[in-house]
Design a binder for this molecule. Structure first.
Ligand SMILES: Cc1ncc(COP(=O)(O)O)c(C=O)c1O
Length: 427
């Protein structure tokens, strides 16, 4: 008889993750042009800049030894000061955000770690998180693992609707469930998967709504700004965090993965004072500090201006690719009725909607045809909604212009259109 390995409830709730399944599909369909991978453009990765930064950091043996030692849980104070100045520039803050205590700024392993730690800090099974529909599917998995009840809120071309958020909160109050609401999660810039940003008008409204319904317990708003700097048209919007004058409601998650290097994996969070200790204690259990060398690399390129120049290059490259994908979609889908897509002004994705009856999921006719016959892969849109949500749309796709060259994008969209037309029985 074999003894049974008993897994924790947390591990059991973490099973069947969308990201795991997607990666498996990517491996199984390695011969496809991938419009699925959300990876950063390989050509853009800053090899020279990283090499120089490491060489400079380790050029002095004594200083190098300190850098190769453990750091501290939230990241060393001098480095956090550098990240605070960077944030002040993003926020166009006149006095460099000197009034933001460094204790409220925590360096993390990418922003994903912050999303996970915040969830661990806030949710017992059954507690509620409100999300935009659709939203970042890895966070949906994190919430599911925490046992949270996930409630999607209507979002349109201007992001999550404050009126819909209010209606949901009112409804929960009527049902006597308001005290279970812990968090509103908003990807405020060029959302993964939809490419949509929350409009400037809506930003303070979402905050105000969150604050208004913080009654017997405080509801926090987690602003995930992962794609903030990948902006290709227009002016950057102020963060939702910037409207939170008392800094008691919004948690801001920032990352350098998309704009610099996911392999270095440095991010940081700005946290309301009330939650700092809980998140720090949880991080202490997890790693008592993210990779110290990596934090130094990012701080160095921020200080010496290399980062700012790099972001400019990355923007130019992605802008071209975004334009190529939109132009290819115009061309290839011109004669397909009922297809629409979002013209994202930033980020890495084009979100495409097919007619309701054309399902896009892993087990759909379209996914089979696209991956097996036409050799192109996309991310099924249904992953971006909770699995048990009855209104979950089944006819959307996330198309990434991150990894492919312009030629790869054009060929990928050509193949995708061929698959869609075949499934719809067009010409
Ligand atoms: C919306 C969003 N948030 C957070 C992350 C996490 O990225 P990282 O941990 O590399 O910062 C991603 C990665 O794809 C993302 O798309």
């Amino acid at each position: 008889m074999h003894p049974v390995l008993r897994l924790s409830e947390h591990a059991q709730r973490s099973a069947d993750q969308a990201i795991g399944f997607l990666m498996q599909q990517a491996v199984e369909n390695a011969d496809c042009i991938s419009l699925a991978a959300g990876l950063v453009d390989e050509q853009s990765l800053p090899v020279e800049a990283a090499r120089e930064a490491v060489a400079e950091l380790l050029s002095d043996v004594a200083a190098g030894r300190k850098i190769l030692q453990y750091g501290i849980t939230p990241g060393p104070e001098p480095l956090r000061r550098v990240f605070r100045s960077y944030l002040a520039e993003l926020e166009k803050h006149p006095d460099g955000l000197k009034d933001l205590p460094l204790s409220q700024l925590m360096l993390t392993t990418g922003s994903q770690q912050l999303l996970s730690l915040v969830s661990q800090a806030l949710f017992n099974p059954g507690d509620i998180c409100l999300i935009a529909a659709p939203t970042y599917f890895v966070f949906i998995d994190v919430l599911q693992a925490a046992g949270a009840r996930i409630i999607p809120v209507h979002a349109d071309e201007n992001g999550m609707c404050p009126e819909a958020l209010e209606k949901t909160l009112q409804q929960l109050e009527t049902e006597g469930q308001l005290h279970r609401v812990r968090l509103v999660y908003v990807v405020s810039y060029f959302e993964n998967p939809s490419g949509i940003s929350v409009s400037v008008e809506r930003r303070p409204k979402l905050l105000e709504m969150t604050q208004r319904y913080s009654r017997s317990n405080r509801i926090l708003l987690l602003e995930d700004a992962a794609y903030r700097e990948l902006i290709y048209d227009g002016e950057p919007a102020p963060s939702i965090w910037s409207f939170d004058k008392t800094r008691e409601t919004v948690i801001l998650a920032q990352t350098f993965s998309k704009s610099f290097s996911p392999g270095i994996r440095v991010g940081f969070g700005v946290l309301p004072q009330q939650i700092v200790k809980a998140v720090s204690d949880l991080k202490g259990n997890e790693d008592f500090g993210s990779a110290h060398l990596n934090q130094h690399i990012v701080a160095r390129v921020l200080k010496n201006g290399v980062y700012a120049r790099h972001v400019e290059t990355v923007r130019n490259s992605y802008r071209q690719k975004r334009d190529a994908m939109l132009a290819a979609a115009e061309r290839e889908f011109a004669d397909v009725p009922g297809v629409s897509w979002v013209r994202a002004s930033g980020g890495m994705y084009v979100w495409m909607k097919l007619p309701d009856h054309v399902e896009t999921g892993f087990s759909s006719e379209l996914f089979r045809r696209a991956t097996q016959v036409d050799k192109v892969m996309y991310v099924p849109g249904e992953l971006a909604y909770p699995v048990d949500w009855p209104q979950r749309p089944r006819c959307e796709m996330r198309l990434s212009f991150g990894v492919q060259s312009v030629e790869g994008i054009e060929e990928g969209i050509r193949r995708l259109a061929r698959a869609v037309k075949a499934v719809m029985g067009i010409g």
